[in-house]
Design a protein around this ligand. Structure first.
Ligand SMILES: [Zn+2]
Length: 272
């Protein structure tokens, strides 16, 4: 069972592969200065921010600087007619691209696509994590430990942590998982969004890391492994040909796709 999703949102149709972060110079449309009200879930209130980087629309999901840095907010009101003292305002620093185009197939709790442009990792990551700041530096390293996906007992993980990872998997907290050739990428939502990366070849997992920065195998990694195993089984069973064609898949949790790519959009379509 497959369906196509097309053109949700306020974006131009030709921007099929839009950048995850709309930088001022990359943006197809010119920035329009505004003062916007941004609502943060859990805060129960909207706060005002100055915007001079984007042409914002009501419903856009944004990140801001200041106290609520790193928290995803939704634009609920826009004012173009204003005069403010800029130093007194915090700013909108990034907008999420929630436009999704492509064919998706049913795969249990997730939708899966074999089209690398439908929902790339860099696009969906911003739905869960604020973009890294210029001054932030990241380094990662991996040892040569490996284990088999079909025998997770060989994964070196504390049983209590594995159990919590299993809970995460059951709760569908693996919002996204993709495999591009042998490079794997997953987003697991715990207290916040975490990125799990790994390599997968001939049934074996290697170079497994998570950006929760713990030194041992964590619950996010275990949850991602369980989701990978389930998704690969479903693909093998129902969509082996489609997968073989591109050597790529991305699976997104059904609720996640609806919440970000469909809810709140006034135009767009999908075909079942
Ligand atoms: Zn982790």
């Amino acid at each position: 069972m497959a369906f196509k999703i097309s053109g949700f949102g306020n974006y131009d149709a030709e921007k099929k592969v839009a950048p995850a972060i709309q930088e001022k110079e990359e943006q197809g449309t010119v920035a329009r200065k505004s003062v916007v009200q941004v609502c943060f879930p859990g805060k129960g209130m909207a706060l005002s921010y100055y915007n001079d980087l984007f042409d914002l629309k009501v419903g856009d999901l944004v990140y801001v600087d200041g106290k609520l840095e790193g928290q995803l907010g939704r634009v609920v009101e826009i004012t173009y007619n204003f005069k403010i003292k800029v130093s007194e305002y915090k700013k909108v620093i990034a907008v999420c691209n929630t436009e999704v185009h492509g064919q998706f197939f049913m795969a249990g709790s997730h939708f899966v696509t074999f089209d690398p442009t439908a929902l790339p990792a860099e696009q969906i990551t911003m739905w869960f994590k604020a973009p890294a700041k210029e001054e932030d530096e990241y380094e990662s390293g991996t040892d040569d430990s490996t284990f088999r996906l079909d025998d997770l007992k060989t994964m070196n993980i504390n049983p209590t942590i594995a159990e919590r990872g299993h809970d995460y998997y059951m709760e569908n907290r693996v919002r996204y998982i993709s495999l591009n050739g042998n490079r794997g990428y997953a987003i697991v939502e715990g207290s916040e969004g975490y990125v799990v990366e790994f390599e997968y070849a001939n049934g074996e997992i290697s170079k497994l890391v998570c950006d929760c920065f713990c030194s041992y195998n964590c619950k996010h990694e275990f949850a991602a492994m369980l989701q990978l195993r389930e998704t690969l089984e479903l693909i093998e069973k129902h969509y082996a040909e489609e997968f073989a064609r591109t050597g790529y898949f991305a699976a997104v949790n059904k609720g996640t796709l609806f919440a970000f790519a469909i809810d709140g959009k006034e135009t767009g379509s999908f075909t079942l």
